[in-house]
Design a protein around this ligand. Structure first.
Ligand code: ATP
Length: 306
């Protein structure tokens, strides 16, 4: 399988991955399969990034021709601003982030960054410009320090520690007997979803990309963890063009614009206040979620007082 179509620049990557053991090799195959979906245009140039303004223009996409997922989506993420995508489960929110990272190509329409169609730039330069904090971060079977430094391998120890501080995970790491040298992953310390996400945030802080994609965890985090992660994300997204894929709504209140997806189209758009005033889909999702959160908090208090 490896011999089939692995591009040369993958060899270093493959070597590092093999070092990580079997679990990561499986992930690597997943990655390679994804890689195979798109190829660089023969005249592809490096992305020339000025401000990092993103535009989706009449974007159509389906995984399976029988079932369109996005049916003509247009929106902008102006340089330095934050746009959040919300909508019912399965609406295509994460698909938007995969298209921007170019795991797949759009079937009609275009996605541009600073006016350049992302199909016409090298994938390497595109991905170097984008920091992705995914829903479920997969950590390498290595130390915490290695996992954070992966964002910028040349980073010094001080820089790794500073990034961890900003990501609100520094004091947790220091409390471990082996600190930054603690082994994590399959064969090491198992980190919680929220801890893994903060490691991913620290990694992204080191990478310091002009564009950020935050694909929020679907799983419910407790309120304290959620606030800590939100504080960390606010720091990273400041002055960076940020696309938030929000599976919960609590994190989108401060977005410059919220796009509500439904049935492959944009059902509503505006700020949190605009959308509440419209009293439509967003408002009903918001009210439902607030009730659910209150019920959860109530349950937790009851359990704690037992
Ligand atoms: P959620 O909030 O539940 O994560 P979402 O809005 O992010 O949902 P997507 O992950 O974008 O939804 O998926 C949109 C639709 O596309 C879903 O119906 C899903 O089943 C389908 N889909 C996603 N990935 C693939 C794939 N690789 N192949 C085929 N269909 C897919």
């Amino acid at each position: 399988l490896l011999q089939l179509s692995v591009p040369l620049n993958f060899i270093g990557f493959v070597y590092r991955e093999i070092r990580q053991g079997l679990t990561d090799i499986e992930q690597m195959f997943d990655l390679l399969e994804v890689e195979a979906e798109v190829v660089d245009h023969p005249d592809a140039r490096p992305l020339d990034i000025h401000q990092g303004a993103i535009a989706f223009r009449d974007v159509h996409f389906s995984y399976d021709p029988e079932r369109p997922i996005l049916k003509g989506i247009s929106f902008d993420v102006p340089a330095g601003k934050t746009v959040a995508i919300v909508g019912p489960s399965g609406a295509g929110k994460s698909t938007i982030s995969r298209l921007l990272y170019r795991f797949y190509d759009v079937q009609k329409g275009a996605i541009t960054i600073d006016g350049q169609d992302i199909r016409e730039v090298t994938q390497k330069s595109l991905r170097a410009a984008i920091g992705m904090v995914p829903q479920d971060t997969v950590l390498f079977n290595d130390t915490i320090a290695y996992n954070i430094r992966y964002g910028r391998p040349s980073a010094t120890e001080e820089e790794v520690h500073a990034a961890a501080e900003v990501a609100q995970i520094g004091s947790f790491i220091e409390s471990l007997p082996h600190g930054y040298e603690t082994m994590v992953g399959e064969r090491g310390l198992k980190l919680s979803g929220g801890e893994k996400q903060r490691v991913a945030i620290a990694r992204t802080i080191l990478k310091a990309p002009p564009i950020l994609i935050l694909d929020e965890a679907t799983s419910a985090l407790d309120t304290t963890t959620e606030h800590e992660i939100q504080a960390a994300l606010d720091v990273v997204s400041k002055n960076r063009t940020t696309l938030v894929i929000a599976h919960r709504l609590s994190t989108v209140i401060n977005a410059d614009e919220i796009i509500v997806l439904r049935d492959g189209g944009i059902a509503e758009r505006g700020t949190h206040a605009d959308l509440l005033a419209q009293d439509g889909l967003y408002a009903s999702m918001w009210n439902r979620q607030r009730e659910a959160t209150q019920a959860e908090e109530h349950l937790r208090k009851v359990r704690e007082s037992d």
